[in-house]
Design a protein around this ligand. Structure first.
Ligand SMILES: Nc1ncnc2c1ncn2[C@@H]1O[C@H](COP(=O)(O)OP(=O)(O)OP(=O)(O)O)[C@@H](O)[C@H]1O
Ligand SMILES: [Mg+2]
Length: 591
């Protein structure tokens, strides 16, 4: 018998796994039902359906609608079928993802009203973060589960200008502040945001500390000492590729690290335990000098005991190379020694060591070992500054970074943080106890399929093992199709904003459960700041709008106003300051 309830839509006609077909009742042919004064559109792709099962309700999402003509027996007419993906059920008043029973043929299907939606979304449990409102119903707040969001990783994807950065700013603010969006509610949160374009300090200044390679007013200088960086990547960055040089470089690093341990024997490790990867300082200029010596030395004796210096013995502190008399022909001194094949590489290393652009890495202030091979500050102070300060978010502004070096830098920071998480896993303040969320903007730039750099290696590792050590990642990208698939597939929660490009869309679809892929067909028509969230942190796949940040809390990423600015009266400009900014590699402002 058919229900007379106003929400009645039709009956189940087939069930196949979690996909079911429902035949809509002819009564609702108009496509609209009015319930409690509100008009509801029927059979819209992406909208919810409820299937009562005694005390419980099953919930599903419409993924397809179709109409077919029928002519059975004496009945001629149209049949409207909707295909529905079952996504969860409510048991009593609790809503849960997943279903414990399937519907049967002829079960009733009902429209989901705001009241039902409140059942799904209304209860604000512990650990739920309100991030916006449903697109279909402004009165319903959307929340996600913070534990699942951080532990199972996430990605925010969308074409350029779809509102990713604004949404990330809004999401992070929703996480760390209360409803009023200004009081901090999670004071011990540890969020590190890698800001590739320098746009977030404007949006999150009150809840974050900003570290920058080229600090502006009130910002701290970002430093990562070269001796914390993966040695292989560092050598490649400094000298390019040369196997014999690399091997010798590695020997010297170990030698220098052992010397450091012998000098500073309070670290609790013995010289025998030191490896290339032990995170202790070494004197990099001294290594440059020794390599230069090896490459160019000549000897007074055949036994190679006294170097045949010419006028200049050189000085590692000022990067002055030693000079030797050229080898003599035949059996007379000076005898030849070095092969002279590393010069090009060592000159490159010298120019890197002198380049101001890289001082945050190669001249790391208090973290730079002095001539006595001692440092004023050690890694604990570094990590404290990144994750242990009073504000819940740390922004690392990498906007002055040459693109080619981004990988090394980001990879090294991730390396330092992840190693501390791994080795500090049993400590009461380690990341296993107080987890860390890493937000990575412009992920396609260093996580592409073809790139095999340090950053990608680290993100892969974090994606696979991060959960065990309390490190979660959130990737932000405008080109999901360019991101390595294994990394993207590890993202448990996907926030997908507008995506115009079909290759990117199919990439996102393929990362999603089959039945929900059809929901992604609406991706090109989403509004700016509107997204579909699917996966671990969301109770249900939802189309929703992120909370709009308040005035003054937007990232510094607004669109250029083409028509407005182009219509202004032409005036002469001096381009001096523009070129100064370029030369100084500093985005200067008007005076
Ligand atoms: N919810 C929103 N409502 C209205 N305007 C918005 C919203 N979100 C973002 N915008 C505006 O849209 C523009 C682009 O936003 P945003 O910089 O966040 O995009 P994006 O996806 O990060 O772009 P890109 O990929 O280039 O970094 C900005 O001018 C921003 O102010
Ligand atoms: Mg952006």
């Amino acid at each position: 018998m058919r229900s007379n309830k106003p929400t009645y839509l039709g009956a189940v006609i087939s069930v196949s796994g979690s996909s079911i077909n429902i035949e809509l009742t002819p009564k609702i042919k108009s496509g609209l039902i009015i319930i409690e004064g509100k008009a509801h559109k029927i059979g819209q792709v992406g909208s919810f359906i409820r299937i009562p099962q005694g005390y419980n309700d099953l919930f599903g999402i419409i993924s397809e609608t179709s109409e077919s003509s029928v002519s059975e027996k004496n009945l001629v007419g149209e049949k409207r079928i909707v295909k529905v993906e079952l996504v969860g059920e409510s048991i009593g008043i609790d809503f849960e993802r997943g279903i414990s029973q399937f519907p049967s043929i002829s079960d009733e299907a009902h429209l989901v009203t705001d009241k039902d939606l409140l059942k799904i979304y209304g209860k604000r449990e512990n650990g739920q973060i309100t991030i916006g409102r449903l697109s279909s119903s402004d009165s319903i707040q959307v929340s996600i589960d913070l534990d699942a969001l951080v532990n199972k990783h996430s990605a925010i994807l969308g074409s350029t200008g779809s509102g990713k950065s604004t949404s990330v700013a809004s999401l992070l603010r929703s996480i760390v502040t209360d409803h009023k969006m200004d009081n901090i509610q999670l004071p011990s949160s540890r969020i590190v945001l890698f800001d590739i374009h320098g746009e977030y300090s404007a949006a999150l200044s009150d809840v974050s500390n900003v570290y920058s390679i080229s600090p502006k007013n009130g910002e701290n200088k970002f430093i990562i000492p070269y001796w914390c960086v993966s040695p292989e990547s560092l050598i490649e960055f400094l000298c390019g590729n040369n196997d014999s040089l690399k091997n010798k470089f590695i020997d010297y690093i170990v030698e220098e690290k052992v010397a450091y341990i012998q000098r500073n024997n309070t670290l609790g490790i013995t010289p025998e335990q030191v490896t290339l990867y032990t995170p202790v300082p070494f004197r990099i200029k001294y290594i440059w000098y020794k390599l230069y010596f090896d490459d160019s030395v000549t000897w007074e004796e055949k036994e190679q005991e006294t170097p045949a210096y010419s006028d200049q013995r050189g000085d590692y502190r000022t990067l002055t190379a030693p000079k030797f008399r050229p080898p003599a022909p035949g059996s007379t001194p000076p005898w030849s020694g070095g092969k002279g094949v590393w010069k090009k590489h060592l000159d490159l290393m010298k120019s890197r060591l002198l380049d101001n652009q890289f001082s945050f890495l190669l001249e790391p202030d208090e973290w730079h070992p002095n001539n006595e091979n001692q440092i004023e500050k050690d890694i604990p102070a570094l990590i404290q500054s990144w994750i242990g300060e009073d504000k819940p978010i740390t922004i690392i502004d990498l906007s002055g970074m040459p693109s080619s070096r981004l990988d090394l830098l980001l990879g090294s920071i991730l390396d330092v943080l992840f190693e501390s998480a791994v080795w500090g896993r049993n400590l009461s303040f380690g990341m296993k106890q107080f987890p860390l969320l890493l937000v990575m903007e412009e992920a396609h730039r260093y996580l592409s399929k073809t790139n095999n750099g340090l950053a990608k290696e680290m993100v892969r590792r974090i994606a696979k093992e991060g959960r065990k050590f309390g490190v979660g990642s959130m990737l932000v990208s405008q080109r999901p199709s360019e991101i390595d698939e294994t990394i993207l597939s590890q993202c448990g929660t996907l926030f997908t904003l507008r995506i115009n490009n079909s290759t990117d869309r199919s990439q996102v679809k393929s990362a999603m459960a089959d039945g929900l892929a059809s929901m992604m067909d609406s991706l090109p028509i989403l509004k700016t700041g509107e997204a579909i969230v699917t996966g671990e942190a969301a109770k249900l796949p939802m189309r929703f709008k992120f909370r709009l940040p308040q005035e003054g809390q937007f990232p510094d990423s607004h669109d250029p106003k083409v028509s407005e600015m182009w219509s202004k009266t032409h005036r002469e400009n001096s381009y001096e300051s523009l070129i100064n900014a370029w030369r100084q590699q500093q985005p200067l402002k008007d005076e």
